[in-house]
Design a protein around this ligand. Structure first.
Ligand SMILES: *Cc1c(COP(=O)(O)O)cnc(C)c1O
Length: 424
């Protein structure tokens, strides 16, 4: 399937007049339609809630749009908790899913009334000692170990993952938590990442629901929710079929009725913590071709680099590229599309078939709405770009400004050199 940008060349230029490239642009209409669909797909479950994984796109304007549909925040650091709090998203609308957690973050999460999700058995004692009590509602993260294999062949390797506890540890954790005063329990697991299949959640649900039945029987506890966490993927490549959230919701529904109904446990809420699926396709990095070089290969240099989008450099991730205005031209050239970092791995695409690119062309890098801008950094003194929200009526506004050298030098503000630089 041909991947279609959500902006035209004209819109890209119009935005660039106010906010020079590179910039991130987000499609508000797409974000809203998708959030609505997620809630429709799980409408069969009374307590359903999506806790948006803040790390994917930690922008208050985005968090507030999602919160209109009932989404909460999945946080895993002090800064993410602060952001959620400042956006008015508090209490049980925060899921605090972290690991190697500093105790002051437990304290703050508890003050906000967040649901705390413990990653390890040892965290039970740490939490109790830190707070002086056990929260009434508490969650633990499960890891079955081994290999998680799906019917369609996709697999991931929970046995190698640093997260979660074994079933024995979960049992012990819940026992200790119950003894400490916990009344309502949740089970969480994240077993495979970026799954492009409608089977992942249903199959994960099967494991977690059965575990819930066993733990309830063994410990006589009130299991309130199952948190299916993130991992629902995005069709980054044109030949992939995007996930169908309605099929996913219906798949989980069937497993729910089969496992929970006979046990009288069909009042359990389903939670999700999707990041990528909520925002990935609804964000794009727009950059211009500023340099062309021919040596042993043909290179197109852009005004964006890995500081703006790390995924290709970090994981060799594929991001589709459309040359705006040349959508209908044949892909009869082969380029490496590069950034300016002094790192040879700073390439958005390698040996990519594209139409002939001219200097000044606008390149639209697809599916960068999640884990895109947020993963950026400042290496080489290359700074992070602005974020722009394209509204449903075609107008747009800035939702984060571009960094300046003042941001880069801000942490030197205590010394003379820093002060000199910051005055500029
Ligand atoms: C990163 C993360 C998510 C979101 O993952 P996606 O792949 O973006 O859906 C959800 N939960 C936890 C605990 C995470 O660390």
């Amino acid at each position: 399937m041909k991947k279609k940008p959500f902006i035209t060349l004209e819109k890209a230029k119009e935005i660039a007049e106010q906010y020079p490239t590179p910039y991130y642009v987000y499609d508000e209409a797409g974000i809203r339609r998708n959030a609505e669909n997620v809630y429709k797909a799980f409408a069969w479950n009374k307590g359903f809630r999506e806790y948006f994984a803040v790390k994917a796109t930690p922008n208050p304007f985005i968090l507030q749009i999602l919160s209109e549909y009932g989404c909460g925040c999945d946080c895993s650091s002090m800064a993410e908790l602060m952001l959620s709090d400042a956006c008015g998203i508090k209490g049980h609308k925060i899921m605090f899913s972290s690991n190697d957690t500093p105790v002051e973050e437990y304290r703050y999460a508890d003050q906000l009334g967040a649901i705390i999700n413990l990653d390890d058995l040892s965290d039970v004692k740490i939490l109790k000692a830190t707070l002086g009590h056990v929260p009434e509602t508490i969650c633990c993260r499960y890891n079955p170990g081994g290999v998680f294999k799906m019917s369609n062949g996709i697999m991931d390797n929970p046995g190698d993952a640093k997260y979660g506890m074994s079933e024995e540890q979960m049992t012990e954790a819940f026992r200790e938590l119950k003894a400490g005063g916990a009344k309502h329990f949740g089970i969480h697991a994240f077993l495979a990442s970026n799954t492009v299949t409608n089977d992942y959640y249903p199959q994960l649900a099967e494991e977690l629901f059965s575990l819930a039945v066993r733990l309830k029987k063994k410990l006589d506890i009130d299991i309130r929710f199952i948190n299916l966490s993130g991992g629902v993927g995005v069709a980054y490549k044109p030949d992939q079929t995007p996930n169908d959230i309605f099929k996913i919701g219906e798949g989980v529904h069937q497993v729910y009725d089969r496992i929970f109904k006979p046990e009288g446990m069909d009042d359990i809420a389903i939670y999700t913590e999707m990041g990528r699926f909520m925002l990935g396709p609804y964000g794009a990095l727009v950059t211009r071709a500023v340099h062309e070089k021919k040596t042993y290969k043909d290179y197109i240099g852009c005004d964006a680099c890995a500081s703006n989008l790390m995924r290709p450099m970090m994981y060799g991730a594929y991001h589709h590229i459309t040359v705006l205005g040349k959508e209908d031209l044949p892909d009869d050239h082969v380029y490496d599309v590069t950034g300016a970092l002094c790192e040879n791995s700073d390439k958005f695409a390698i040996d990519r078939k594209l139409p002939k690119i001219d200097l000044g062309d606008y390149l639209y890098i697809h599916d960068t709405g999640a884990h895109g801008h947020s993963m950026g950094y400042q290496y080489n003194g290359r700074l992070r770009s602005a974020e722009i929200l394209l509204h449903e009526d075609g107008t747009f506004s800035m939702i984060r400004r571009a960094e300046t050298t003042n941001d880069y030098f801000a942490t030197l503000d205590f010394c003379d050199v820093g002060k000199k630089l910051l005055r500029k």
